[in-house]
Design a protein around this ligand. Structure first.
Ligand code: ADP
Ligand code: ZN
Ligand code: ZN
Length: 687
């Protein structure tokens, strides 16, 4: 039965099925319009991709849409193109890209069907008066705009050239404290003054409220000109900020990776700060890189993109070396502040006291005497990474994961064994579950134990610990950082949380414990990550006149990464690493895709991936695409699910994508023979 005057709509839905879905309606609906449909028995919000003359299924099976959601104008063409690129590049259905990119209320069918839906989420958002944030206080003194250093001025001139050309990518490579932010502000100001919008992406907003404050003070006359988007916002807040950007009321968008897909009608510049940061990569669902999509978006919209970092990713560095990106350098700190001295402390023959060398303890003591702050950096939270029985060798193990459980001290002097993979926690057993012996001992140390030790060792010192456990409550991180800034702490013990963005004016010493653990993580990017992290931690210190020092304890002082670190030599490190990667044919000299399989039995996951491999083999003939063996993940079981992976690698991106395009559509059919779930990740960051 053909319904007279029907049009067919290809609708994108957020379901894990490839392709678009056919619906009909009496009149044409513009591409990018949201519609309410029934899919199976469920109501869903979808996005119209295009109008078709004929559906792809039998006409009598095509349902009518339930409603056109016209509370928003159609999502713009450039936004749809960005989504289409992401869907192609990451090999995911369009709907899985587009719908999760919308604020949750706009994709929730209940918002348009239930009794409480009156007016819909958009009109409710519009009725909410004003902003939840304090407006710019006119009484507050306007922030002083510093005059640029010679280096900054040269860098700005070059970047202005990029803005004049209107498009292209620049890498602003500047050491910590070189004043990159000041340049972002100047560039943004110029683009805003020209009536365009600016997007600034940062890895983290909650840990760096002062960044938001500076941006607001320097670039906004009215509070509504700035929209902030990150994952900790309520749905309503996120929707309101998103709408202001879409409507052009907010000219400046400051956000984390999820802000990248925000429609911006007058976008004129994208800045990606700390472009190397791993948090730009989403780790589940659509595993996209916001940095990479930002570059594509800039290219597509013919606008400039500025990437900033003290330690650029090797992917970015290579493109800058190849002159694909404009390389702009700030080699020195502003105001002639010296970079901190970085010293390697050889732990091989040292007498350690709770993991500390005498040298580090003496340095801490000396800083305490001088009334200076110190930071002890240790990327391991909890009290101890494992509990062990001294009699039989039993170690605390998660029952659901192939991982040790971590000993945590919790309030009231109690202790828990907690799994950092699945989150499950148990009380500490009184006696060894295997042999009954009561002599259970913590092995190794985390931030809690370090804090405890330092409190005993330096009883007069005021010690503050900053890690995910100490900052669980909303606002508690800010409060702790405020205490440090106010000089109410002598020693700060922290994980990578302290490395992000905060400048500690009074910090004279940084001690790094257990860096080697990161170096020997089984991943070819481990040295790159370690270098970036230690440079960043070191950058927290010494933004002051006079001798700040970083002591890095290591068993391997001769390693390239540590040697380069001591010289503050990013360029040398990057050159050495790139030579090594080129020899081994690793990214950025090749492209990778990772197919992962999950099953309750490891054998199933592996068998499935071996079948995938056999299936893929003929597709790779003569393409240069290499299929590795299917292997279990390093942490093979998490929450009782076994996990395995198949790595696919190619010197040429086109060849890799060609193989994936032929292979992936067949995998669902193939997977039906196995009790497995599979996923594909393009440009995996951890393998
Ligand atoms: P980066 O982002 O490169 O690590 P920042 O932008 O945080 O460096 O700058 C470090 C500090 O120097 C900040 O406190 C900033 O306000 C200050 N600063 C930047 N440029 C200048 C300048 N030209 N004159 C004086 N201070 C400056
Ligand atoms: Zn035992
Ligand atoms: Zn677990």
């Amino acid at each position: 039965m053909t319904v007279a005057s029907s049009v067919y709509l290809a609708v994108a839905l957020d379901v894990p099925l490839p392709g678009l879905f056919d619906y009909r309606h009496e009149v044409p609906v513009a591409a990018g319009t949201r519609v309410l449909v029934t899919f199976g028995r469920r109501k869903m919000v979808g996005i119209v991709w295009e109008t078709r003359e004929h559906p792809q299924v039998a006409e009598d099976r095509v349902r009518a849409i339930e409603a056109v959601l016209d509370d928003l104008p159609p999502l713009p063409e450039d936004w749809r193109q960005l989504a289409a690129f992401a869907a192609r590049y990451y090999h995911r259905p369009l709907g899985e890209v587009m719908l999760p990119a919308l604020p949750p209320p706009l994709r929730r069918p209940a918002a348009y069907t239930g009794a409480r839906s009156a007016g819909g989420p958009v009109s409710r958002a519009d009725r909410r008066p004003g902003l939840s944030r304090a407006p710019v206080d006119p009484a507050e003194a306007p922030m002083v705009v510093p005059s640029l250093t010679v280096q900054q001025q040269q860098a700005l001139d070059t970047l202005d050239g990029l803005l004049d050309r209107g498009q292209g990518v620049a890498l602003l490579h500047g050491v910590t404290g070189s004043g990159k932010t000041e340049l972002y502000l100047r560039l943004a100001k110029r683009v805003l003054d020209a009536g365009r919008q600016v997007m600034i992406l940062v890895p983290e907003i909650n840990l760096t409220p002062q960044f938001e404050h500076i941006v607001r003070q320097r670039l906004c006359q009215q509070p509504q000109e700035l929209a902030v988007l990150h994952s900790r916002l309520s749905d309503g807040e996120r929707l309101r900020a998103w709408l202001r950007v879409l409507r052009g009321e907010a000219t400046l968008l400051l956000g984390t990776r999820l802000a990248l897909m925000t429609p911006m009608p007058r976008l004129g510049l994208i800045v990606v700060d700390e472009e190397h940061d791993a948090s730009y990569k989403q780790q589940d669902g659509l595993r996209y890189s916001a940095r990479d999509l930002a570059i594509w978006r800039g290219h597509d919209q013919k606008i400039p993109v500025v990437l900033g970092s003290a330690t650029p990713s090797l992917e970015t560095w290579r493109r800058a070396q190849a002159h694909d990106y404009l390389l702009v350098s700030l080699p020195d700190r502003v105001q002639a502040q010296a970079l901190p001295e970085i010293v390697l402390v050889d732990t091989r023959r040292a007498q350690l006291e709770q993991g500390f060398t005498p040298q580090l303890l003496q340095a801490l003591e000396a800083r305490l005497e001088r009334g200076e702050q110190s930071l002890v950096f240790l990327n391991r939270r909890g009290y101890a990474p494992v509990l062990r029985c001294l009699s039989c060798g039993w170690v605390s193990q998660c029952t659901r994961c192939t991982a040790h459980t971590v000993l945590h001290r919790v309030s009231g002097g109690r202790a828990l064994l907690q799994c950092h993979h699945c989150g499950e926690a148990h009380p500490v057993p009184r006696a060894c579950p295997d042999c009954g012996d009561q002599d259970l001992q913590p092995m190794g140390r985390g931030t809690q134990r370090v804090e405890e030790f330092l409190a005993e060792r330096f009883p007069a010192a005021r010690i503050i610990r900053i890690d995910a456990d100490a900052t669980r409550r909303k606002g508690s991180a800010q409060a702790l950082f405020a205490q440090v800034h106010a000089g109410q702490a002598d020693i700060l013990v922290g994980t990578q949380m302290v490395a992000k963005g905060h400048d500690f004016a009074g910090l004279g010493l940084v001690g790094v414990l257990n860096a080697d653990a990161m170096l020997f993580a089984q991943d070819f990017r481990a040295p790159e990550r370690l270098f970036a992290q230690l440079m960043q931690v070191a950058g927290r210190a010494g933004r002051r006149a006079g001798g700040a020092q970083v002591l890095v304890q290591t068993d391997y002082p001769e390693q390239t990464v540590y040697q380069a670190l001591c010289r503050h030599d990013y360029n040398g490190f990057a050159t050495a690493m790139l030579a090594e990667r080129e020899d081994l044919g690793l990214p950025p000299f090749s492209c990778q895709a990772l197919i992962t399989a999950q099953a309750t039995q490891l054998a199933d996951a592996l068998a499935f991936l071996r079948a995938v491999r056999a299936w893929a083999q003929p597709l790779t003939e003569g393409t240069g695409v290499q299929l590795y063996d299917a292997v279990p993940l390093r942490v093979v079981r998490v929450a009782r699910i076994e996990r395995a992976q198949l790595l696919i690698e190619s010197p040429r991106r086109g060849a890799l994508h060609g193989v994936l395009q032929a292979l992936l559509p067949q995998l669902d059919a193939l997977a039906q023979g196995w009790p497995v779930r599979w996923a594909v990740e393009i440009d995996p960051q951890e393998i």
